[in-house]
Design a binder for this molecule. Structure first.
Ligand SMILES: Cc1cc2nc3c(=O)[nH]c(=O)nc-3n(C[C@H](O)[C@H](O)[C@H](O)COP(=O)(O)OP(=O)(O)OC[C@H]3O[C@@H](n4cnc5c(N)ncnc54)[C@H](O)[C@@H]3O)c2cc1C
Length: 477
């Protein structure tokens, strides 16, 4: 993003803000030089970049409160940041903003296996939570494919999901409480190590609020005992539509696998080359995983395979070992990275009713031909959360714009069939201008009034989620 050179008044204001931040933060916790700040210029939506005024890396909740008090006083916008893996531009800075990164807040504060929760600092990575408790036979269920890198804070802000969320739900179903700092520096606690607090469900409002309401510094997370065993089965089909119909039938039969993942031919090829996962050569692949005791696994898989047989699969193969299962999942979880090695792509994230899968897959194929851009499909099919990857050439003039128009049409289609604009990646800047496709002006006004309550001056992660004109008016008021 090209920005005009700052004038004298802006530079003086910057100097004042930075001087105040230096008073409360050690030198290594405040980055102000251009090279250092450049590392924070984007998230995983790399088409959009902007170098912030400064980056603050606090070490505790009180530090966050101090930084926010100063920025609030000075009218400086802030951008909360976890690990910067957002695919929606949620952590994109603006040139006049201070990025507040929580990467140094990564301690486990409490483990309680009896009452089944952990309390963590919010910058800890998703995978580190499970790594900390798996020796006790427990795990934290939400498993975004980015789990090695993404922070719990980003997961909370985006209400992230993952392959195994079909059975266990997404972040909001596994979050018990947070400590959060408001824009004016107020520290508040919502929820705790119990299932449901009285009063308004503000925890539900905060989870998925995309860094609009406050900076989360601590979280209490539900943990679950590890299942006795799990086994995936690979199902290959000769068309996307048939695979989609099979998913729809499994769900209709009332079976609840722990995961149903879908990949089409371009994705299968890329993942196979990348991970040597043993995927069959077919047009569409489902990975269906069930868990429980060996007998429970056998019973569920028998029913699932029976349904698959009715769709004439060209391959139907159960994993024969823990190593094979790990390879199968490595392939799936590497999908975005593997595709990125061979093509520029835009990753979409719409959700649809599962019964619409065959129709939506067919319409995406038709649109792909109309736009002259290929699409690779990989997604959490069991809960209808689609991730079409539109392939384009970033160096070819006009390709990005065509890709954006194509993406918008796919998301409109998701809404048209009764789904929604985003399943798990969030709105950020990516879908900000499409919010009107899903929400009426009154719906959006109600959401913006909630932001007014938490952040009256609209300084927190401004210009995201809500239509640009509306947030500019709010900020100017
Ligand atoms: C290869 C790849 C695979 C992915 N797979 C999945 C997947 O399977 N499922 C899925 O749901 N997502 C997936 N994602 C998207 C992304 O990883 C998630 O959105 C993740 O939760 C972002 O976490 P983060 O720590 O990187 O957050 P960031 O990118 O740093 O920020 C994301 C949002 O959270 C806000 N935020 C961050 N920290 C705080 C805080 N402390 N307080 C308040 N707001 C905060 C930011 O302002 C921003 O709006 C994937 C991304 C990649 C690159």
């Amino acid at each position: 993003m090209e920005m005009p050179e700052p004038n004298g008044a802006v530079l003086a204001k910057r100097a004042q803000v930075l001087a105040r931040l230096r008073e409360v933060l050690p030198q290594e916790a405040l980055i102000t030089d251009e090279t250092g700040c450049r590392a924070y210029e984007c998230d995983a939506l790399t088409a959009y970049r902007c170098i912030p005024m400064a980056v603050a890396l606090p070490s505790c909740t009180e530090d966050v409160a101090e930084i926010l008090r100063i920025c609030h006083d000075e009218g400086v916008p802030v951008v909360p940041r976890g690990s910067g893996t957002s695919l929606a531009g949620g952590a994109l800075p603006s040139a006049d903003s201070v990025v507040i990164g929580v990467a140094r807040l990564r301690d486990v504060l409490e483990v309680n296996t009896q009452d089944r929760y952990v309390r963590v600092q919010a910058g800890i990575t998703n995978l580190a939570v499970t790594a900390h408790i798996e020796g006790d036979g427990f795990f934290y269920a939400p498993d975004p494919s980015s789990q090695l890198a993404c922070a719990i804070s980003g997961n909370i802000a985006m209400n992230s999901g993952g392959a195994h969320c079909l059975k266990y739900g997404v972040t909001t179903n596994n979050l018990l409480g947070v400590t959060m700092v408001l824009m004016d520096g107020t520290i508040m606690t919502l929820g705790g190590p119990y299932l449901d607090a009285g009063g308004l469900d503000l925890l539900g409002v905060v989870c998925g609020s995309e860094g609009q309401l406050g900076i989360v510094t601590e979280a209490t997370l539900k943990i679950l005992p590890k299942p006795e065993g799990a086994r995936p089965v690979l199902m290959g089909f000769d068309s996307n539509e048939v695979a989609g119909a099979c998913v729809s039938d499994i769900i209709k039969a009332g079976i609840l696998p722990v995961a149903i993942e879908f990949m089409d031919r371009p994705c299968i090829r890329a993942c196979e080359d990348f991970a040597k996962a043993g995927y069959p050569d077919c047009e569409a692949l489902l990975i269906v995983e069930v868990e429980g005791s060996p007998r429970e696994i056998d019973e569920q898989l028998a029913r699932i395979k029976d349904i698959a047989q009715r769709h004439a699969p060209i391959e139907l193969r159960e994993s024969a070992s823990a190593e094979e299962s790990a390879r199968i999942w490595l392939g799936r979880k590497s999908a975005f990275g593997a595709m990125g090695q061979i093509n520029d792509y835009m990753c979409l994230d719409g959700t649809i009713p599962v019964s619409s899968l065959p129709l939506v897959l067919r319409r995406i194929g038709e649109m792909s031909r109309d736009y002259g851009l290929d699409v690779a499909n990989v997604f959490h099919a069991g809960d209808g959360n689609m991730h079409p990857l539109i392939l384009f050439d970033a160096n070819k003039p006009g390709d990005l714009e065509r890709c954006e128009a194509f993406g918008a049409d796919i998301l409109k289609l998701c809404v048209e069939v009764g789904g929604c604009l985003t399943g798990e990646h969030g709105v950020g800047i990516e879908k900000r201008d499409l919010m009107g496709v899903q929400y009426t002006a009154a719906d959006m006004e109600a959401q913006m009034r909630i932001k007014d309550v938490f952040d009256a001056r609209w300084l927190m992660n401004a210009a995201k989620v809500f239509p640009l004109a509306a947030s500019a008016t709010r900020r100017a008021a």
